[in-house]
Design a protein around this ligand. Structure first.
Ligand code: SF4
Length: 446
């Protein structure tokens, strides 16, 4: 009899999160597309992405959850329902990899690290009634990867084509768990493999989910140029967005070919307007040019028709109460297209978590329940120079000052004038309003 694998991207009920609020940027969970592709063809596969709809009692022979920290309690809640019916539950993803001992209390099996290298063995073990408690994934080469199964994705995503071209980051920023999860080596897929995958897509809007599309070092930068040129040479005619470090603007060829290949916008982690905060985060790339260059760098992106969605982290130890007004002023007078403000969040597996724990500054430690607060939109630690309430209030005020409906419209218009790119302006408006609505739902009643 055909067996059924249920793959679930969990989202806490009533949660106000990015996947729900940023509908313009709603995308399928790529890791589950890879798991589907690596599962033997004899299996039926269904993906339940709770950003689209909640789990509704579907039956399965085997269930696999992906996890981030904030949604781990939802995994454990659903896992208990499946296990009560003797349906084995597997959990992978970054949270299960960082706190494996916790996950093992709630699920049958945990995949630690990248699942691609162990998934086939796991399924075989299940079929032989020999499921192991832990599978340690290896960080393998990204050559000749299978193509993720897009046919199992819902049709309700605005961006259906999610593609990864590289993994890993050598920077190991204080607050980020990418290095711990994907390793400190920047591993790249061959350009031709990525271009071949792009040939198979069914719509022209693409998001490259790399943490940094131009990578680290000159060789990686040249590879990104080759990728962009390849998109142009093959006449793929796509529109794409991604994430990049700020030194994307240092090489005019990177900007030129990115734009010509269809880049409409990039998420860039500016992180802070305090250089002392950047130092404590170990945000080396940003410090190389310095905060004083941020405006000029934003303008360079825009001159090439690329909108910038800047990420800013509030609540660093060096932030005093003036950070809110300084940040709002910067956002408005730099004319950055989009902006995301989040709270410094100590995620398990990061240096930051370890430090704040040792300093006894974590506010929510009733785990696993309290992981729901670790979604970057709640203050989960005691800041140094203000109270948690002042930090929340200050962030809400930054959103009010920069992303109200009139302000977001004005910023989208400026984005259009500067980038001459309608898609950049639309992305800027919808991201500004999406993030603002998360904050107003959480804190707007104050
Ligand atoms: S924040 Fe970016 S640069 Fe820093 S470790 Fe994470 S992925 Fe790397």
């Amino acid at each position: 009899m055909t067996k059924k694998l249920l793959l679930i991207n969990p989202v806490p009920k009533n949660d106000v999160n990015l996947g729900k609020m940023l509908s313009f940027m709603r995308m399928p969970p790529l890791n589950l597309g890879y798991i589907a592709a690596l599962t033997p063809k004899t299996w039926d596969i269904e993906i339940v992405d709770e950003n689209i709809r909640h789990y509704n009692g579907e039956e399965a022979d085997l269930v696999c959850f992906t996890s981030m920290t904030y949604n781990a309690p939802r995994v454990y809640e659903l896992a208990s329902h499946f296990r009560a019916r003797n349906i084995p539950v597997v959990m992978g993803g970054i949270h299960a990899s960082m706190v494996t001992h916790e996950a093992l209390q709630f699920v049958d099996s945990v995949v630690v690290g990248e699942a691609e290298s162990v998934w086939h063995r796991l399924v075989t073990d299940f079929e032989n009634n020999n499921l192991q408690r832990v599978y340690n994934g290896e960080r393998g080469s990204l050559k000749n990867l299978v193509q993720p199964r897009k046919d199992v994705y819902s049709r309700k995503y605005n961006i259906r084509n999610v593609i990864q071209t590289a993994k890993g980051c050598p920077m190991n920023c204080d607050f980020c768990s990418v290095t711990a999860f994907n390793g400190g080596v920047y591993r790249q897929r061959p350009v031709e493999d990525v271009l071949d995958e792009l040939e198979t897509i069914d719509s022209k809007l693409v998001f490259f989910v790399d943490d940094n599309i131009i990578g680290y070092g000159k060789n990686a930068e040249q590879r990104s140029i080759e990728l962009f040129k390849g998109i142009i040479d093959r006449g793929l005619n796509i529109k794409w967005g991604s994430q990049a470090s700020i030194n994307f603007v240092d090489n005019e060829d990177v900007l030129k070919y990115a734009r010509e290949s269809g880049c409409f916008g990039l998420f860039v982690g500016f992180e802070s307007l305090n250089e002392s905060s950047l130092k404590s985060m170990h945000k080396v790339r940003n410090l190389e040019s310095g905060v004083g260059k941020y405006r000029e760098e934003i303008r360079k992106f825009q001159n090439y028709g690329i909108g910038v969605l800047g990420g800013f982290i509030l609540g660093n130890d060096e932030d005093k109460k003036d950070i809110f007004e300084r940040t709002s002023d910067f956002i408005l007078d730099s004319n950055i297209d989009g902006s995301q403000f989040s709270f410094l969040t100590p995620l398990p597996g990061t240096n930051l978590y370890q430090r704040l724990k040792e300093e006894n500054r974590l506010l929510y430690t009733y785990y696993p329940h309290d992981w729901i607060y670790y979604d970057v939109f709640n203050v989960v630690f005691r800041p140094k120079n203000m109270t948690p309430e002042e930090l929340e209030e200050g962030a809400l005020n930054v959103y009010k000052a920069t992303a109200s409906v009139p302000k977001s419209l004005r910023r989208a218009f400026t984005s259009l004038v500067r980038t001459r790119n309608v898609l950049s302006a639309v992305a800027a408006y919808s991201s500004n309003r999406g993030y603002a609505s998360i904050f107003s739902r959480k804190y707007g009643s104050r």
